[in-house]
Design a protein around this ligand. Structure first.
Ligand SMILES: NC(=O)c1ccc[n+]([C@@H]2O[C@H](COP(=O)([O-])OP(=O)(O)OC[C@H]3O[C@@H](n4cnc5c(N)ncnc54)[C@H](O)[C@@H]3O)[C@@H](O)[C@H]2O)c1
Length: 246
């Protein structure tokens, strides 16, 4: 990467978001980290003002934060929409409206708000990289969530395609990755609680025969943010060990 890019990563405190922060830092980006979990003490102690406690499902929070980042750094080049996750594994007849709404808020609306408020700044420099974190659930089916989660992740792919189509001529690429089972702290706890029989059952359905590491996801994200990926736009990269091979 030639210049010091300003990157924003949502869901940066843990998991794939956190691994993406480290990966982007390692290739020379200045990374602004957004997470609902950051506490005021950590934020106030941050000399570079790179940590923001934000709920990215709230439009006014996102708008204000992106303005502050732009005012401070004068540009926003990269956006990684990593906030998300499956909130339950209910069967379709058990899913309540509130489940549906919270899955869509977390997995889709968050990316919508962040993209909406990043794009005007990216258009100013005619360069941008946006990476949305979908899931294998949005490509095929999942053992780790309900129909609301799978629908939100599939919708995020539709959102990626349309934004890619709309923004390509402004030098802004928009892509998604579709991870399979990735051993973040959150998922590892869940995974360890499964019986050996259930773990084997699931692993037999993962052609590559093992879960992904967070770094395997973060490397792909970093590629999509690089100059080398300048002609990749509106695409979905399946990083799920051949669980989806469509
Ligand atoms: N881990 C997996 O197996 C897996 C598989 C497929 C897709 N994904 C996707 O990858 C992305 C990251 O997943 P992960 O497993 O690394 O998650 P994680 O739970 O490890 O981390 C998510 C982070 O997002 C933050 N967050 C949650 N709600 C927020 C909000 N409203 N505003 C700001 N921050 C918020 C959390 O505090 C946390 O730090 C998600 O979109 C998830 O759906 C994960």
């Amino acid at each position: 990467m030639h210049k010091k890019r300003i990157a924003i990563v949502t869901g940066a405190a843990e998991g794939i978001g956190q691994a993406s922060v480290k990966e982007l830092q390692s290739i020379g980006c200045h990374v602004v980290q957004l997470d609902i979990k950051f506490d005021s003490f950590t934020i106030n102690d941050d000399p570079n003002k790179t940590l923001y406690k934000v709920d990215v499902t709230k439009e006014d929070h996102v708008k204000q934060t992106f303005k502050e980042v732009f005012d401070q750094f004068g540009r926003i080049d990269i956006l990684i929409n990593a906030v998300g996750g499956s909130l339950h594994s209910k069967k379709i007849e058990e899913i309540e409206e509130c489940d549906w709404n919270s899955n869509f808020d977390l997995n889709l609306k968050s990316a919508f708000y962040c993209t909406k408020f990043a794009v005007p700044y990216m258009k100013q420099t005619k360069w941008g990289r946006i990476v949305n974190i979908s899931a294998v659930a949005g490509r095929t089916s999942t053992f780790f969530g309900g129909a609301d989660f799978a629908s939100a992740k599939a919708a995020l792919i539709g959102f990626t395609r349309q934004c890619g189509f709309e923004l390509a001529s402004f030098g802004i690429t928009v892509n998604a990755i579709a991870p399979g089972l990735t051993l973040t702290d959150r998922v590892r706890k869940m995974w360890d609680d499964y019986s050996e029989e259930d773990r084997n059952f699931i692993m037999e359905r993962v052609p590559i025969g093992r879960p992904s590491t967070v770094n395997e996801q973060a490397k792909a994200i970093s590629f999509l943010c690089s100059d080398d990926a300048s002609y990749v736009c509106g695409a979905v990269l399946d990083i799920n060990g051949a669980m989806f091979v469509g």
